[in-house]
Design a protein around this ligand. Sequence first.
Ligand code: F6P
Length: 471
Amino acid sequence: MRQSSLVVVANRLPIDDSVAPDGACEWRRSPGGLVSALHPLLRHTTATWVGWAGGTGAAPTLGDLDGVRMHSVPLTAEDLRDHYEGFANATLWPLYHDAVEQPEYHRRWWEAYQRVNQRFAEAAAEVAEPGALVWVQDYHLQLVPGLLRALRPDLRIGFFLHVPFPPPELFMQLPRRAELLRGMLGADLIGFQRAQAAHNFAQLVTKVLGLPATDRRITVDDRVVRVGAFPVSIDTAEMAALAARPDVAERARRLRQDLGDPEHVILSVDRMDYTKGIEQRLKAYSELLASGDVKVRDTVLVQMAVPSRERVGQYQILRDRVEREVGRINGEFGRVGEPAIHYLTQTFDRAELAALYRVADVMAVTPLRDGMNLVAKEYVAARVDDSGALLLSEFAGAAAELSQAYLVNPHDLEGLKQELLAALRAEPADVRARMRAMREHLHRNDIHAWARSYLSALDESGSLLTRVAGS
Ligand code: F6P
């Protein structure tokens, strides 16, 4: 087994399988948030990515992807049901997102979570060279740092949580709360999106485990575990370059024409998830149509809602409700050839997405709770002429950085309607000043800056990173 000095461990490998024109199965880089976040860093090093390739059964043997070694971890149908769909996405996901849907607790799911985390820890232990840096990602794998430390105490282990970390009063619901905290404490550095999350974690380790902790340092056994906020970002320059491409600009012009050359285009791009506030947004829009503040003739809403986690009951229920509501709104307010909402559930390639960002005069990103929300950042990066208004939920991690956005509380229907109207009617000079400030922020705080700041904090002495860069 080839070993690497830098190992990333994440639930998914950064690939999708697709069928080539000749019928052969081929693997391609996938467009997910975490994948986009880490890929630019890894392609410059000899690294291994440990993760699940999708599907059930034997793990496929995969070649390198842009110089990154792919090490796949198998999941059985039972693991998929009880670990991924169960404990990760029907227990932790809703709990960590303010319990906007009821988290479910099942002992069988917890057993699967432990079993799958153990498998990932063993895979990481196998591919890490002595003293390597291992960076474990996200809520699917919170036990991996502790399990990996037990197997390989020589490693430098980092853990980063991409989703929110809840306040103690919510986390305390978890039947196996102490084990989860201990699992994370196997890391040398625990990164969160926001300072508040690091604070919540420090409070919890004292409350549940009785360990001395500040927001930044926790003492466990004879080690100090550091905790901090490292807001994740995007490849700002890459998105800006894509959006500036002449074919993308041309596509944006055509899209606007196809939409009937309206005065205003509002765009929302979400995974179909109850945390994204899709229903609240539709309700606000429908009320604005009913009151006549917004008219179908001069304003269109493009709502992309890409289906996700489709076998989880709460996601199926949400999709049914959203589609019923879109149908109702279009039936009530649309006209022949002029729907009130252009509703799309397909995934688009990056160039088409960039063209959509360019078309959108207002981008509505209004989740009820979100770790970061990279769509908000991508929109800003794509507005290369500094035009465009971002309507952003206060409860998205991105709001802590993009304070020049039109900020809203998505639970406040009146506030949501007023702020959407404010964004639609804003003075171009005001819009431009806000957008320019946000774009400058994102050019300084891009994905490379994020990875550098996390990894240099993890590798205090700097010796491992020097080795990684040279490998
Ligand atoms: O935000 C958390 C996250 O796991 C991302 O990493 C990922 O892109 C998204 O949710 C969708 O996740 P999945 O399809 O793996 O459940």
